[in-house]
Design a protein around this ligand. Sequence first.
Ligand SMILES: Nc1ncnc2c1ncn2[C@@H]1O[C@H](COP(=O)(O)OP(=O)(O)OP(=O)(O)O)[C@@H](O)[C@H]1O
Ligand SMILES: [Mg+2]
Length: 624
Amino acid sequence: MARSLEALQRQYARSIDPKKGGMGHGPGPGGPGRHGRASGKPKNAGATVKRMLSYVAPYKYLFVVVIICMLGTTASSLFGSAMLRPIINHIAESGIPAAERMSYLMKMLLILGGIYLVGVFTNFFQTKIMVHISQNASEHIRNDLFTKLETLPVRFFDTNTTGETMSRFTNDVDNIDIMLGNSLVSVVSGLVSLIGTFCMMLYLNIPLTLITVAFIPLFIKGGGWIAKRSSKYYGGQQSALGAVNGYIEESVSGQKVVKVFNHEKDCVEEFTALNDDLRDKQFKAQFYGGIMGPVMGNTSQISYAITAGIGGILCLLGKFDVGGLSVFVNYSRQFSMPINMVSQQTSTIFAALAGAERVFNILDMEPEQPDTPDALPFGGLKKEIRLDDVTFGYNPDKVILKHISLYAKPGQKIAFVGSTGAGKTTITNLLNRFYDIDSGSITIDGVNINRIKRDDLRRNIAMVLQDTHLFTGTIRENIRYGRLDATDEEVEAAARTASAHSFIMRLENGYDTMITGDGANLSQGQRQLLNIARAAISKAPILVLDEATSSVDTRTERHIEHGMDRLMADRTTFVIAHRLSTVRNADAIMVLENGEIIERGDHDDLLSQKGRYYELYTGKKELD
Ligand SMILES: Nc1ncnc2c1ncn2[C@@H]1O[C@H](COP(=O)(O)OP(=O)(O)OP(=O)(O)O)[C@@H](O)[C@H]1O
Ligand SMILES: [Mg+2]
């Protein structure tokens, strides 16, 4: 049965607010961002706008050009309108011969054409420059966002769906882009035009101007009422969009599992629920954003009609001329136009504000704890790696590892065995500081790993993770990912060590074969071999192999044993394996159960203890 909408939303549009359970775990890495919210009304629209504008600040000189262009556009429009007054008055004048009127009209029309042409050019440049500025700004935002992602702790990626994160790069940044490129110009040029028109109106007729201005509070009140409602729905729209994207991403990447378990129908149902929710939120947001224009337009029609009526009466009383009135009503229309224009941008502006908040939420997240100023370089491993009474939980309310103590001397091979979920991978997550421990200490030659530069530490620990991952690129590039300056010969040597060479050579393009879709064109075992080759090419003195050969057949495994032995000979290795034959020759084997080491020793010791290891090895009791 399909899950409830609430559950789906919680899952796919995880708020990064720790209070909502997204990022969890106190103020440590990835803890609360300064603006811990992802939906609803913009919390501090002023600050968000200011921050968005900071991305266009580097283009302030270009912005000056844009403003000059805007002034040109507005002036051309105002003067163009103003010229109608003498034209109309001249035509309406009865005593002038028709031919003279005609030639005057032609002359004036030519001038008018010239004035409007200026407007066309200034408008063209203003648009071009603004598009340039907004595109650069959004490139900058995307860069900042991506750079930030690379600094976020593993916890972030463990708790946010890929689609939701992608949504920030696409929809949210796009909305900001549209606002900067479009709405910003509208607002500024609207303001320029408003002031210009107001001055021209005052110049033409003060009482009529006052009547027009009297309608402004009505505009503001009506606009404010709608804006308040619509802003509320835009945040909801963006996070619903994130949820939909998160769900699509997961369904696409997990499509095989969906098919295996015949969940296509449930999948469609769940998607429909999320999609319906998006439609509802989008409807509300777009509706309130959309009615802004018509409501304002109608209000301005009323103001227009009243102004024209009173202006007509003034003309009849001889207090105003017909040409002047034509121009004035034209201005009164222009006067409300910028207000209309800006109000029509409301939807864009609110979508951008909501998007910007979500983007800034990520930008404000705590990155991985930075290295302390006195952080040390990795000084090599001469004496030992030691875990002393290490206790750790991914969440504060659930302890996973309890009082783990062990050591590894240079060149030793330490193995972890134990049932699924016992905490084996978790120990390796702590060694390279994917997560920091809660209590106890992990030291290398007596130096706490918290005090070692994180990059340096990770460079010196080669890992074959339990989940294989390959990037889009050639096989050669994927192996070289382990050490970018490795030569082609070294790549081949690493592949031979991992017993990957022969299968690679059987591929059509050998080492230049492209890997697509995380290695979908390879078998699972082949993917593992490439992951081992990637670790083999690294010169790191510490090696972690987490189920590195679990998908490789036993014959190939035996075959690579020699290579692996060579690989491990001069390295300190931590090996995790369910297939106990692969850990038999380890210097020490730790048997983990529920996050505790319940037995330790070498293979023979452990067999003679006739405890859990004996049960696992002899098969007298099956693995969980
Ligand atoms: N990112 C995470 N957040 C929260 N809990 C986690 C996370 N990763 C693992 N756990 C929990 O920690 C416990 C230990 O997991 P771990 O991955 O270390 O097990 P393992 O011994 O490697 O198991 P396996 O043999 O299946 O690989 C499990 O109970 C698991 O639910
Ligand atoms: Mg594991």
